[in-house]
Design a protein around this ligand. Sequence first.
Ligand code: SAM
Length: 220
Amino acid sequence: MKEAEKLHYIKRREMVETLKRYGIANRRVLDAFLEVPRHLFFESEAVACAYNDGAYPIGFGQTISQPYTVAFMTTLLVERCPSGKVLEIGTGSGYQAAILDALGYSVFSIERIFELHERAKKLISKLGLHVVCRHGDGTLGWMEHAPFDGIVVTAGAPGEPESLMRQLAERGCMIVPIGGNGSQQMTVIQREEGVFKKELFEYFTFVPLIGREGWDDTVF
Ligand code: SAM
């Protein structure tokens, strides 16, 4: 291993130790965080911040989420839907998609900002990941590939996203932060025999989910 890679690996191990201290205990999730080189999802001038436990700007008013947030959402998914096909809404930097890929899911990801979509798609292909990316409004889901065993929404939704719920497989679950601008409650919606069961978790702060079944972009 080259010296720079060794340093990144050491920082990654420290990040994983921080996640453990914050209560992330799922071994598969922690292993994925150790495996995925988070610094590659940062612009070169920001690489030094890649292993801090914070969100970071990725341009166009968007952020790569805090590692704890990504780990928390991923754990909710892994514990309920350990394998299968997952749709991510909000590709952003591509990091969450890479974590899902490392966990062995078949990953589909939609991003509404064309430049972010293009950048993430290039990186994902360079890293040889099996993530299918699309540019568009993720609030409508991806009908051609539905149903999904998991849906992970990485932007704050104003309410339960109905089109996405309809694209969940039986026993499939959606992880989605729901709430007003500034604070959203992490919510799991699981489909069981056609009925949607809801579980509520802690509050986080996300950029808004903007689209036909999300927030109106004139509001922000
Ligand atoms: N998952 C990303 C990562 O790992 O870097 C973090 C994403 S950032 C917190 C949320 C992303 O959702 C932004 O890139 C934003 O442009 C995108 N987004 C917001 N509304 C969307 C929509 N309707 N469809 C697709 N992407 C959307």
